[in-house]
Design a protein around this ligand. Structure first.
Ligand SMILES: C[S@@+](CC[C@H](N)C(=O)[O-])C[C@H]1O[C@@H](n2cnc3c(N)ncnc32)[C@H](O)[C@@H]1O
Length: 273
């Protein structure tokens, strides 16, 4: 699917952008994704414990793919990231990001559009590209990763998290659960209970080995892969959308997959500014 029309919604294909426009307000209110520190996932230890980017974030020119409501940008700012750029295809999410950053007095360049907009940014502009729980929505992964590599300066770091496919395969509600293969990537699902009407989404839940191969094939050197044991639910998250049995099973598997990789070449640390 090399052409840019591959993601357009059809009657059979959930419109992820419209879905996030609809979800934005309740997601912000009900899930309450934190901005006080960088969260890699629900029930996943935060950056202060995982230390995925702690050695490179200070002073790093940072771009966030799928910046959502701006929580990650704000948390990255608090960690010392600079030159913040965020892109997200949802108008409602991006507006929320604008409000959140304005309220905090933090400047960021916000771009409406999906990961393909990476190609419009200056090549090699970023010391750090971060994406938290957004690349599950990307179908053309190789193309997206080429955009990440292009955006990074030599020596720059890519840090990402997605929902772990074991988590997805543990919740019993179709299309999740063990009645479908762990290896089945594309799943259309609906987020029930967060808004008045269920919202349909299409995701691609990829295994760690798939990520390793795709990121390596794109030309990055994988430095770290994490599958943290699930901790107790973070105080900021409810598990109300899961039935009890599914929620209990989630204690048995990692909820989040985190990967860090580096573009070869260049200085290992961000250039002093
Ligand atoms: C679960 S939110 C992640 C945002 C933030 N990290 C958080 O966890 O709240 C997913 C975000 O990914 C965005 N998104 C969906 N498809 C995308 C794509 N192809 N490229 C970039 N962002 C995308 C959505 O609009 C949404 O804001």
């Amino acid at each position: 699917m090399a052409d840019g029309t591959a993601r357009e919604p059809t009657p059979d294909r959930p419109d992820n952008t419209a879905a996030w426009d609809t979800l934005s307000a309740s997601y912000d209110r009900e899930i309450g994704w934190p901005d006080r520190e960088l969260a890699w996932g629900i029930r996943c230890p935060p950056e202060s414990q995982l230390q995925v980017i702690s050695d490179v974030v200070t002073g790093a020119d940072t771009t966030v793919v799928g910046c959502g409501g701006g929580q990650d940008l704000l948390a990255l700012h608090r960690l010392g990231a600079t030159g913040l750029t965020g892109l997200d295809p949802s108008t409602a999410q991006l507006e929320r990001a604008r409000q959140r950053l304005d309220t905090a007095g933090v400047r960021a360049h916000l771009l409406l559009g999906d990961d393909r907009r990476l190609d419009e940014l200056p090549a090699g502009h970023a010391d750090l590209v971060v994406t938290v729980q957004a690349l599950d929505y990307v179908e053309e992964l190789d193309r997206c990763l080429r955009g990440v590599v292009r955006a990074l300066r030599p020596g720059g770091v890519f840090a990402m998290s997605v929902l772990h496919p074991a988590d997805v395969s543990t919740a019993d509600t179709p299309p999740f659960g063990w009645h479908t293969s762990y290896h089945r990537e594309q799943r259309d699902w609906s987020w029930d209970g967060l808004t008045d009407e269920p919202v349909r989404l299409r995701s691609w839940f990829r295994s760690p080995s798939t990520w390793f191969t795709a990121v390596s094939d794109a030309g990055l050197v994988v430095e770290r892969m994490l599958e943290p044991a699930p901790g107790p639910a973070e105080p900021w998250v409810e598990r109300g959308w899961l039935d009890e049995a599914s929620a209990a099973k989630l204690d048995l598997v990692p909820s989040t997959f985190v990967l860090r990789a580096r573009r070869p070449g260049g200085p290992a640390a961000p250039a002093a500014r």
